[in-house]
Design a binder for this molecule. Structure first.
Ligand SMILES: Cc1cc2nc3c(=O)[nH]c(=O)nc-3n(C[C@H](O)[C@H](O)[C@H](O)COP(=O)(O)OP(=O)(O)OC[C@H]3O[C@@H](n4cnc5c(N)ncnc54)[C@H](O)[C@@H]3O)c2cc1C
Length: 470
């Protein structure tokens, strides 16, 4: 359902006159920028917009900021360095967040974390200078940064429908505990990960990869374990030196015994900043469509079922892990891919691997294409930059087609399925958020639609904010 601006204004007047009736919005408010989704992209968008003078509201369906990084228990932050491992290319708000977490003992700065270590699950490609962090520390730091910037957050609020004025988005309707609420906005930023706002506003979107019959990357239920000493894991790795990834041989044994049904032949365990605690990225849920409520719900249950099997595997097959404890499962299943919103530019595989840096690039990054399921159900298509040490993501990827006053940031940004598999990780998502929030505020100040914003002015402001652009 799409609401027209006339109906919206009528209901605002009715509410103002104390005349809200059954079925109408319980209350209403108005902000210059409304960010839908408080994940890594949305939170950075909100902070950047507020710091640039906008009055900002974040609408978040969960109970904390951070999205997959908190509710999804996803971590570490993948690399923020260039391909050579010499230059930190994602800086700006991302780096500020990391430093704040380091200051409270909730993260290790990426300059100190190298590939091939337990913090990187012993992976090498794409894992140099990753950032181990505590989800609770991320929650605290994002709360602080938003409060300090004057960002308002509405939790337990789900986006329901856009309020449209022709091709212009004029606000959003959200569902809260007090019923429906209509929120007027001069600019809306879609940071839902799934492109919920853009899709409902009528922006063309691709679901998954049309070239592969709409296939989407598998989902994963992340979980956290404790009481597993690093020495025990290292001993197992010494015992099976040919296993590049953890516990491969032991999984083969469990599979032969009929005790491993997960379509993934290895275990990724990432050491936490806390001793003996790990984040486990193993479960594999194929065929999940995060835009289909039943498919998403079924994935939550199936994910927890896989967690129980993995825990049983640790206790029975991994020497030294018999006393491992399940600390918690994620409060949302991890979604790697759903909709890709069509924008003024569509980032493609060649942009990434050829290391292209368009003049309106709003950040640089070196994240590799990491397409789970891209080589058959259990295989991953992994491609690193061929030419150069980084590529740039242009502002045009954040500007959706067809609808005015709407920006998009994060996982659902305008990119092909293959290119999105590179920029979907959290540091680029935060950088996109910072760019989208800054653009929204600058466009409002200039009195132009985000589409018409002078990208040179945006790039200059991002540089002043500490964003690295070469
Ligand atoms: C299994 C898995 C492993 C990963 N591994 C890593 C890794 O090791 N390192 C790394 O850096 N990245 C990793 N990623 C990628 C990364 O976590 C995500 O792609 C990234 O968090 C996307 O950021 P985002 O802000 O776009 O979306 P999200 O993090 O998904 O945040 C979206 C936010 O919007 C909210 N929202 C959604 N819809 C609505 C709505 N309709 N109304 C209101 N609120 C809404 C959600 O509650 C959420 O808070 C992984 C992802 C997965 C799933």
């Amino acid at each position: 359902m799409v609401f027209s601006r006339r109906a919206f204004l009528g209901s605002v007047a009715a509410v103002a006159a104390g005349g809200a009736t059954k079925g109408q919005a319980a209350s209403s408010s108005s902000h210059s920028v409304v960010v839908v989704g408080g994940g890594p992209a949305g939170t950075c968008a909100a902070i950047a917009a507020a710091r640039n003078g906008a009055d900002v509201l974040v609408v978040e369906q969960g109970n904390c900021l951070g999205g997959m990084g908190t509710q999804g228990l996803v971590g570490p932050f993948m690399t923020c360095y260039d391909k050579s491992g010499e230059v930190q290319v994602i800086r700006g708000l991302f780096d500020e967040i990391v430093r704040r977490m380091v200051a409270i003992g909730g993260a290790i700065h990426p300059r100190e974390v190298r590939a091939g270590t337990s913090f990187a699950a012993w992976h090498v490609p794409g894992h140099d200078h990753c950032t181990p962090f505590e989800p609770e520390a991320l929650k605290f730091v994002l709360d602080d940064l938003c409060r300090e910037a004057g960002v308002k957050v509405l939790y337990h609020a789900s986006f329901v429908a856009p309020i449209m004025d022709g091709y212009r988005i004029a606000g959003v309707e959200v569902l809260t505990k007090a019923g429906l609420r209509r929120i007027a906005a001069k600019t809306v930023i879609d940071a839902t990960g799934d492109g919920d706002v853009a899709f409902r506003a009528g922006v063309p979107c691709e679901l998954g990869d049309p070239a592969r019959g709409g296939a989407m990357q598998p989902a994963t239920m992340f979980f956290r374990i404790g009481n597993l000493p690093e020495e025990a894991v290292e001993a197992v790795r010494k015992q099976y030196p040919k296993d590049i990834l953890c516990f491969k041989t032991l999984i083969k044994k469990a599979k032969a015994d009929g005790k491993w049904h997960i379509p993934r032949p290895h275990v990724n365990i990432y050491r936490s900043v806390k001793p003996d605690e790990w984040f486990v990225n193993v479960s594999r849920l194929n065929g999940v469509n995060a835009t289909d409520p039943q498919s998403l719900s079924d994935a939550e249950e199936a994910g927890r079922r896989q967690v129980r099997e993995i825990m049983a595997f640790f206790r029975e097959y991994v020497p030294g892990a018999q006393d491992v404890r399940l600390l918690c499962t994620a409060s949302t299943v991890g979604i790697r891919e759903s909709r890709h919103v069509a924008g003024e530019y569509r980032l493609d595989k060649e942009d990434v691997i050829a290391g292209k840096v368009p003049p309106d690039s709003v950040f640089l990054c070196s994240s590799s294409i990491d397409l789970h399921g891209g080589k058959g159900a259990a295989g991953t298509l992994y491609l690193t930059i061929r030419d150069g040490n980084w590529y740039g993501v242009p502002y045009r990827c954040l500007v959706p087609k067809k609808v005015e006053n709407l920006l998009v940031a994060g996982r659902c940004v305008s990119a092909s399925s293959v290119a999105a598999a590179a920029i979907r990780v959290m540091p680029p998502c935060m950088a996109m958020g910072e760019a989208a929030g800054t653009a929204a505020a600058l466009a409002l100040k200039a009195g132009v639609a985000p589409r018409a914003l002078d990208s040179a002015a945006l790039v200059a402001q991002l540089k002043r904010q500490g964003v690295f652009l070469g």
